[in-house]
Design a protein around this ligand. Sequence first.
Ligand code: G
Ligand code: G
Ligand code: MN
Ligand code: NA
Length: 253
Amino acid sequence: LTLEQELRRALSRSELLLHYQPQMDIETQRIVGFEALVRWKHPERGLVPPGQFIPFAEECGLIVPIGEWVLSEACRQNKEWQDAGYEPPPVSVNLSTRQFLQHNLTGRVAEVLQQTGLAPSQLELEITESCTMEVEYATEQMLELKQLGVKISIDDFGTGYSSLSYLKKFPIDKLKIDQSFVRDIMTDPNDAAIVASIIAMTGHLSLKVIAEGVETEEQLQFLHRNQCDEIQGYYFSPPLSIDKVEQLLKGRL
Ligand code: G
Ligand code: G
Ligand code: MN
Ligand code: NA
């Protein structure tokens, strides 16, 4: 089988599953979100990480049905946790550019929210800077989504086609500082300056900001001093299986 055939089979046989990485409020140290990250439970190769099939799925277009599955599964799961009394924080779902460019995206998202019964405020959509190339289209698409009541964040911020002018145009809620800038903040003064500047800028623009790839106490302290709102990374927690998320949520009640 080709990879494409295998991926089609994976979709039809329910071989995809989600892990969730917690996001922490730096000030309160509470869990304020979970990012849904897809994995492929391959019958022979075991648990395949997204880096090994998402780029291919983006190329061949299968990212659209995969992304729709991720969206509906993440919403379904969040509602299930709510109904079980776990008081889950909102879930963040990655949208690929192809999904973002779809003309009926808002309708699809609305349908998923309706079918799962999840409140729009429990859903955050992560888009990348490449979604923002067509400024007028992107603005309209985001406004439609915002009218639904979902939140929008810019993922991998700083690695794409950064035209800072869009930050004031687009109705976004949050920037996610890419982990490539966070990795060396303690040793590379340039990275430290970039991260501190992004955080300061989000403050002036009234956007929330989360740092990705936080692995050490020192990085956390740096981010706290610079008034970053939230962190995500191995320091707090790696992406977790459903069982582990449930343990975490139960322990928190
Ligand atoms: O979990 P991991 O760090 O290996 O993820 C690797 C990459 O795969 C990340 O860039 C992440 O954004 C991407 N990814 C994970 N899950 C999804 C998904 O559901 N949809 C899309 N479009 N990308 C995802
Ligand atoms: O591109 P995106 O931000 O959607 O994907 C997040 C990716 O980063 C996931 O694949 C996740 O496994 C990975 N990741 C999360 N936390 C850390 C971390 O602290 N260090 C490193 N190196 N990778 C991380
Ligand atoms: Mn992401
Ligand atoms: Na990212």
